[in-house]
Design a binder for this molecule. Structure first.
Ligand SMILES: CCCCCCCC(=O)SCCNC(=O)CCNC(=O)[C@H](O)C(C)(C)COP(=O)(O)OP(=O)(O)OC[C@H]1O[C@@H](n2cnc3c(N)ncnc32)[C@H](O)[C@@H]1OP(=O)(O)O
Length: 225
């Protein structure tokens, strides 16, 4: 189990320039999109034995290439001196993570955070609809980001999710709003909407744990990006 010290080690200033970060984004984001396409093809391909074996051979070759020079472990949060943060392994917004829908977060001056996003066939729960855990993932991220946007980042303490109607796969919108901050706790709420209106509602409490408060005092690093 990771303790707070391990967590802190995953907040790294790697000193990259913004240009280097942009170059990395341009290099790795298309790879994540290719893998996202492959997730869908894994479900939808009608290929026979020969086609699937041939495709797997190509994928095996790709794995060998990607393994030549690699890191191990989670990506963590990386930042630079100009304050550019990267959470590229994050399951909801990670630029390098093909599991992420991904969410392209939009921050409004009034504190709202929203994202238009697309859930493909790989997010299915009930037939034709989004898995409830995926909806919770999206809401967790956006509600948490309202707190971060307000300068009070924290970890999810409690997330309460109400499923009002089945969430269709496809194009959706998530919107979140910070309600209030009380000490170490930030309270937020939000929804996911589809073509027929609100499908899912959530309320959440996001808490800056003790170690994070101490870290802020000592380093100025906010934590939990
Ligand atoms: C910011 C970017 C977006 C991020 C979105 C993604 C967020 C995530 O997925 S985070 C991962 C899921 N969450 C976790 O793993 C959290 C695991 N739990 C913990 O780390 C801790 O128990 C944590 C942070 C909830 C509480 O931290 P801790 O330092 O122990 O808090 P503690 O000092 O006991 O309590 C502080 C206050 O919070 C309250 N509190 C503690 N736990 C909870 C809880 N689970 N729910 C609600 N309130 C709580 C306490 O009652 C106390 O309130 P008050 O100040 O009024 O007395």
């Amino acid at each position: 189990m990771m303790d707070s010290l391990d967590t802190f080690r995953l907040y790294v200033n790697d000193g990259l320039s913004d240009e280097e970060i942009a170059a990395q984004a341009a290099r790795y984001q298309p790879l994540a999109q290719d893998l996202r396409d492959l997730i869908v093809l894994s479900i939808q391909s009608r290929g026979g034995d020969d086609d699937i074996l041939a495709a797997r051979k190509h994928l095996s070759d790709a794995k060998s290439i990607l393994e030549r020079d690699r890191e191990t472990g989670p990506y963590g949060t990386r930042f630079n001196d100009s304050g550019t943060f990267r959470t590229w392994g994050n399951a909801a917004i990670g630029l390098r993570n093909p599991i992420a829908p991904p969410l392209d977060l939009q921050f409004e001056d009034d504190g709202r955070v929203w994202a238009d996003f697309h859930l493909h066939a790989g997010y299915e729960g009930p037939a034709g609809f989004a898995h409830g855990g995926v909806s919770a993932l999206v809401l967790d991220q956006l509600l948490g980001d309202t707190a971060r946007h307000a300068g009070a980042p924290g970890m999810t303490g409690t997330l309460t999710v109400k499923y009002r109607q089945p969430t269709p796969l496809g194009d959706l919108r998530c919107e979140a709003l910070l309600d209030r901050i009380e000490g170490a706790k930030a309270f937020a709420m939000g929804t996911i909407s589809g073509p027929d209106g609100v499908c899912v509602e959530a309320e959440g409490v996001f808490i800056a744990p003790k170690w994070m408060r101490e870290q802020r005092e000592h380093t100025g690093v906010q934590g939990v990006q």
